[in-house]
Design a protein around this ligand. Structure first.
Ligand SMILES: [Zn+2]
Length: 74
């Protein structure tokens, strides 16, 4: 069996602003990795955020949860 080698050309991505990150309030580009939430902002647009910002926030929440568990005030 001979394997055909295909040259995969990366499609050219035009950098575009797609919104504002709801965590850091910085511009979101379509070339960033981002997440879209089900919630909408005041303009009726879906809320978006950098993936890295969401990850950081998730981690923060997790840490806070753990803290609450330890102090028993949850
Ligand atoms: Zn962000």
């Amino acid at each position: 069996m001979s394997q055909k080698k295909k040259l995969w050309k990366k499609p050219k991505i035009i950098e575009m602003e797609i919104g504002i990150c709801s965590y850091c309030n910085k511009t979101l580009l379509n070339t960033n990795s981002f997440v879209v939430f089900l919630s909408t902002d005041k303009n009726g647009d879906r809320e978006k955020a950098h993936y890295s910002c969401m990850e950081k926030d998730d981690y923060k929440k997790l840490v806070e949860k753990e803290k609450l568990k330890r102090t028993g005030t949850a």
